[in-house]
Design a binder for this molecule. Structure first.
Ligand SMILES: Cc1cc2nc3c(=O)[nH]c(=O)nc-3n(C[C@H](O)[C@H](O)[C@H](O)COP(=O)(O)O)c2cc1C
Length: 375
């Protein structure tokens, strides 16, 4: 049979991905001063052997204070480049392309790690004391949370520069793709959403004004990257809250992002208040795929679908029916790191073993032949 759509290559600008399966960015909370540790080497080393088309390194702070937690990775200093390069090299050795998500946590910075409660840090001294959070307006994420410092225009300009510098470092580390984190309530999302942005200057008010900072950052990162390198943008396509962003806002943003040279819109949701993804009881398989489908159709930009993509047939349908160009998986890759291999088997790929590195494929292919013969 022919190659399933999920296993067909995709070329974006000068980059060809061998299939449409992407490891979604996943914070590990194991970094030290933003530097990767053995945990990240093991985590990505593990996934580098699974046959992914593209893998993302977690949200990495463009400034020290832009981290979500003390355990988050960073790309705010040249000393972060070597560790990141190690991860990139592991993926490249196995034919998987590697991206980094760069971001600033904005008013959702200075938090505890998830297993410490994920709330705002309350300590005001000691090695892991709370730090000043920032945002478009003096509106806390929720009642009882700290009020963000309202960014001045010159501080906004400094942040755009921080994104540019982070992009330059990402290039030095050898990443194939940079994804700007514009989702989940973090800084860029907080400027776009009317819930958190009540500014009266040119960065607030109308939808066009609220997207000014996201577009400035996207343009700045695009300008740093070579022409043949794709730049992705992760957006929260809806806030899921009264008075918040709706899908029409995301379509409008996607159109503008396309104009400034963003290649793929990574379609997530939520984060304006509470957990990053929309309320847990609304999560069903593929619950965010309609956002990727609508944006792809109405904004004419390539999309990446994410969110409870679990089954091979489900993923195949998303790609084959043109709902998205890529599918990203986070938690299911934790549950089944050999997801691409199992998907290749389920979809009848001619030699599914070849999805895995030769060191494994050699034995699995022979074992399958022997078992078939003796069946
Ligand atoms: C442990 C963990 C860490 C995450 N870290 C990030 C992150 O760094 N950046 C981001 O945009 N999303 C992050 N997410 C969200 C995932 O990328 C993904 O969008 C979400 O989990 C839905 O996909 P899934 O149903 O396949 O897990 C994280 C999710 C998990 C479970």
């Amino acid at each position: 049979m022919g190659t399933p759509a999920l296993f067909s290559p995709l070329t974006v600008r000068g980059l060809t991905l061998k299939n449409r399966i992407v490891l979604s960015p996943m914070c590990q909370y194991q970094a030290e001063e933003g530097h990767i540790t053995d945990w990240h080497v093991a985590h990505h080393g593990h996934f580098s052997m699974t046959g992914l088309g593209l893998a993302f390194v977690e949200a990495s702070g463009v400034t020290r204070n832009g981290r979500i937690t003390y355990g988050c990775t960073g790309i705010w200093d040249d000393s972060h480049i070597a560790g990141m390069k190690k991860i990139v090299d592991m993926y490249h050795a196995r034919g998987t392309m590697c991206g980094i998500q760069i971001g600033h946590a904005g008013r959702r910075a200075s938090c505890e790690r998830p297993w410490q409660g994920a709330g705002s840090i309350e300590r005001d001294d000691g090695p892991e004391a709370a730090w000043q959070i920032i945002g478009p307006s003096a509106i806390p994420e929720r009642e009882g949370y700290p009020v963000p410092h309202v960014l001045t225009k010159s501080e906004i300009a400094d942040l755009v520069t921080a994104f540019e510098d982070a992009a330059r470092r990402s290039l030095k580390a050898g990443f194939d793709v940079i994804e700007v984190h514009g989702a989940h309530g973090y800084l860029l999302h907080s400027f776009f959403s009317p819930i958190s942005n009540q500014r009266t200057d040119e960065y607030g008010g109308s939808r066009q004004a609220r997207m000014r900072l996201p577009l400035e950052v996207a343009s700045a990162v695009r300008a740093i990257c070579p022409d043949d390198m794709p730049v992705f943008y992760r957006a929260s396509c809806v806030d899921g809250l009264q008075g918040g962003l709706v899908i029409e806002d995301a379509v409008a943003l996607a159109r503008e992002l396309k104009t400034v040279g963003i290649d793929v819109l990574d379609c997530s949701s939520g984060g304006m208040a509470g957990p990053a993804t929309l309320s847990k009881n609304r999560i069903t398989p593929g619950y965010m795929v309609p956002y990727a489908e609508t944006i792809r159709r109405d904004a004419g930009i390539a999309t990446m679908a994410v969110g409870a993509i679990i089954h091979a047939r489900q993923a195949e349908d998303i790609i084959a029916s043109g709902k998205a160009d890529l599918i990203a998986i986070a938690r299911e890759m934790m549950a089944d790191a050999n997801w691409p291999y199992h998907a290749a088997q389920a979809l009848g790929v001619d030699n599914p073993h070849a999805v895995l590195p030769e060191q494994y494929a050699f034995y699995l292919e022979r074992r399958a032949a022997v078992l078939d013969r003796n069946a």
